[in-house]
Design a protein around this ligand. Structure first.
Ligand code: BES
Ligand code: MN
Ligand code: ZN
Length: 501
């Protein structure tokens, strides 16, 4: 959870009461050799004998302006705050202004460097207030629920974002809500699978949703059986923790612009089942509900910010375990809606629970469908660990991928080649859950899902196998563990639909 408080700080950061002041540093311009101050640091520079004086001091301390660099300088009375934190922003684009994502990452790196500090001021608010707010909250995030001795130093307590302008408060409110929604998704992903299983996950979804005034429906295993949800039940039957299907509904106010269905994969742990995974790194499969977490957090966020779009979340939850009751390679499942699927690999379980959920979601007759899932290792092979694969209907897919890039989460459009459908032909059922080869595994999974999307419905499938969970060292506003991707992308899509239909 993030406990850091944000507020708009007016007046001069040089003379305001605080424990630290954050400024941005840019790399030297073409042909230059000294780093430069990012906009917003005027009073701070003046307090250090002007730009040249402050730049000279920072350069001596090693500042170069590259991304993720943090240089701390004692102010010795030049500022009211005793500490100056200079954070590198990386090279801006040709037009000279740092992009939103550069501000977000710099704010995140600064927030990580501020742990243990009670109260800081950040002039990055003057560069891009929303980006500074998001980056600060995401960078200050820490997950301490399972530490008995705390987590070392506490995250920065309070950050005043220096900003002026009439709409600063509203901008901050929106950005902070977005940042906190991402942190909610991170918390869910970071909660270990012995505590987060379908029943407890559904209970947490209910709690979050009811607090935001949403309508909640939870189908338990009996209700799933009565409803014919063969995909969710088949995948979940090997676990002693029975599956669930959670539905959250935000009506979109009195005049919603459109109806959007969100669907997220909620495998609370993926052993692979009888087609069991190798032991190495199997613990990462605690994050196989990252899509579900993001969908829940985004739906709650839409309600908190009163977006004029009706949003219905459909979230299948199951634990994929090998056991005497587990589904087998060779089983045929009868999915919700009646289609049959031959299971040739029990580790391709996500698409099975999603098929049920997509069919259910489409019954509400939405105008758009966005589904997201940690679906394939092939996504990581094709696009790496930080770029989501976006598939679906051509136009809407491109729109979603563009939002993924604009928010800084990153995503790239990928095709669903027609010939792949034939490779999923089954010997005995309507379709098989895998092909006989590994080629294009991300696209095969998308092709499988397409079978369950009604013709003509604009839809997007976001494969976040890589981006949802970070195993390397921290950078920018990204920590080890759950990243909260793609909450910001999906929220941007909803906001776009709210404005443009
Ligand atoms: N949850 C995994 C995909 C995954 C892999 C997510 C790595 C995050 C990191 C998914 O259920 C899975 O096991 N997919 C298989 C599909 C295969 C059997 C066709 C895979 O990618 O190997
Ligand atoms: Mn799997
Ligand atoms: Zn999985």
């Amino acid at each position: 959870m993030t406990s850091t408080d944000l507020y708009i700080a007016e007046g001069s950061p040089a003379t305001a009461e605080a424990d630290a002041v954050v400024i941005g540093v840019l790399p030297p311009s073409q042909g230059g050799d000294a780093p430069r101050l990012a906009p917003g640091a005027d009073e701070v520079a003046a307090a250090f004998d002007g730009d040249a004086g402050l730049i000279g001091l920072l350069a001596v301390a090693g500042a170069t302006g590259k991304a993720d660099e943090v240089v701390k300088v004692p102010t010795r009375g030049s500022l009211t705050a005793p500490l100056l934190v200079a954070v590198g922003m990386g090279k801006p684009d040709a037009d000279g202004a740092p992009a939103a994502e550069q501000v977000r990452r710099a704010a995140g790196a600064a927030a990580r460097a501020l742990t243990g500090i009670g109260h800081a001021l950040s002039t990055l608010g003057r560069v891009d207030l929303a980006a500074a707010a998001e980056g600060t909250l995401l960078g200050a995030y820490s997950f301490t629920a399972y530490r008995t001795n705390g987590n070392g130093k506490a995250p920065v307590g309070r950050v005043g974002l220096v900003a002026d302008g009439a709409d600063a408060e509203a901008t901050l409110r929106t950005a902070a809500a977005i940042g906190r929604a991402v942190c909610t998704a991170r918390d869910l992903v970071n909660t270990p699978p012995n505590d987060l299983f379908p029943e407890s996950f559904a209970a947490r979804a209910r709690e979050l949703a009811e607090a935001a005034g949403l309508e909640v429906e939870v189908l338990d295993d009996e209700a799933l059986a009565a409803g014919g949800f063969g995909g969710v039940l088949g995948v979940g039957q090997g676990s002693s923790r029975k599956p669930r299907l959670v539905r959250l509904r935000y009506a979109g106010g009195s005049a919603p612009r459109a109806k959007v269905a969100l669907v997220g994969k909620g495998i609370t742990f993926d052993t692979g089942g009888i087609s069991i995974k190798p032991a190495a790194n199997m613990d990462h499969m605690t994050s196989d509900m990252g899509g579900a977490a993001a969908v829940i957090a985004t739906t709650v966020l839409a309600a908190q910010l009163e977006l004029p779009v009706a949003v219905t979340a459909t979230v299948p939850m199951a634990e994929n375990m090998p056991s005497a009751t587990a589904y087998r390679p060779g089983d045929v499942l009868r999915m919700y809606g009646g289609k049959t699927v031959e299971v040739l690999n029990t580790d391709a379980e996500g698409r099975l629970i999603l098929a049920d959920a997509i069919t259910r979601a489409a019954e509400d007759d939405p105008d758009y469908l966005v589904e997201t899932s940690t679906l394939t290792g092939a996504q990581q092979v094709a696009l790496g660990l930080r770029t989501a694969g976006v598939m679906g209907s051509d136009e809407f897919r491109d729109r979603v991928a563009a939002h993924a890039r604009a928010t800084g989460e990153d995503g790239w459009a990928m095709p669903l080649p027609e010939h792949m459908r034939g490779e999923l032909d089954s010997r005995i059922a309507d379709i098989a859950n895998v092909t006989g080869a590994r080629w294009g595994g991300m696209l095969v999974a998308g092709t499988f899902l397409r079978e369950f999307v009604p013709d003509g419905l604009p839809w997007a499938h976001i494969d976040i196998a890589g981006p949802s969970f970070h195993s390397g060292g921290p950078y920018g506003y990204t920590h080890k563990g759950g990243t909260g991707v793609p909450v910001r992308t999906m929220f941007a899509v909803l906001a776009d639909i709210a404005e443009n239909g």
